[in-house]
Design a protein around this ligand. Structure first.
Ligand code: Z5A
Length: 216
């Protein structure tokens, strides 16, 4: 496959609660882009570098000590600072397309919506860590907490997955609020069968690619 020469890369993120199908659909998008000849980097948050993956383990480990919402947010943004500056920005500068499983919308949803941290603190940290860098498109996969949790019921629960349903209801409400207020966010009903969800994901990516072609 001949590689496309693009003037700049694009940054696409997938968001949503646990088990909604982010990882599954990220693979699908990666395949669509690769077939079109784009040079794709697939990554995730928290994570994407050795240090950031270590911070991820700290964040997800179940522990007796209560982790404050601010400490949690600072850990998330420490991982993000490393990831953005050593992986995401260099890849975009080379014209690569970056597909990322979660980004700062997750922090608004989990640390602010779920934990109750002041939105202004998340906004400040985001401005500090990644400035004006925001995804070009975000696909938000929406499903009621119970639906998605049932899909991952058989695996060991990390510190987040052990939270009560009310926590995930707040996370979902915060996501939906962001989906309404941010033009880059495309909301997809992920409570339906995977084939239907993936068809909508494919259509959204095709629309985005058409827009990129028009602006070239
Ligand atoms: N976190 C945070 O608090 N703040 C932040 O800023 C960031 C993250 C960035 C780890 O994230 C935790 O980090 C996360 C929030 C916190 N908390 N939790 N929990 P993660 O992304 O690694 O965790 P996750 O959301 O739990 O990932 P996941 O379980 O891999 O979910 P997923 O990627 O959305 O789902 P999947 O692996 O693609 O699918 C799960 C299963 O469902 C699988 O068997 C699929 O085949 C199946 N599936 C998928 N779609 C469907 C449909 N439509 N129907 C039926 N079955 C389906």
């Amino acid at each position: 496959m001949k590689r496309r020469v693009e003037q700049r890369g694009r940054f696409i993120t997938l968001e949503g609660g646990e088990g909604v199908g982010k990882t599954t659909n990220l693979r699908l998008i990666g395949d669509i882009l690769a077939r079109r000849g784009y040079d794709v980097l697939v990554t995730r948050e928290p994570g994407g570098t050795t240090l950031a993956e270590e911070i991820r383990e700290v964040l997800l480990a179940r522990r007796d000590e209560r982790v404050t919402p601010l400490a949690e947010a600072l850990l998330v943004f420490a991982a993000r600072a490393q990831h953005v500056h050593t992986v995401i920005e260099p890849a975009l500068a080379e014209g690569r397309w970056v597909l990322c499983d979660r980004f700062t919308d997750s922090t608004f949803a989990y640390q602010s919506g779920g934990r109750g941290l002041d939105v202004a603190i998340v906004e400040q940290l985001a401005a500090w860590v990644h400035g004006t860098r925001w995804p070009d498109m975000t696909l938000y996969l929406d499903a009621p907490a119970g639906t998605a949790m049932a899909r991952i019921a058989d695996r060991d629960h990390d510190r987040f997955e052990g939270e009560p349903k009310a926590f995930f209801d707040r996370v979902r409400a915060a996501y939906r609020e962001r989906a309404r207020s941010e033009a880059r966010v495309v909301e997809i009903d992920a409570s339906r069968p995977l084939a239907d969800v993936s068809a909508d994901v494919t259509a959204a990516v095709e629309r985005f690619l058409a827009g990129v072609a028009c602006s070239a």
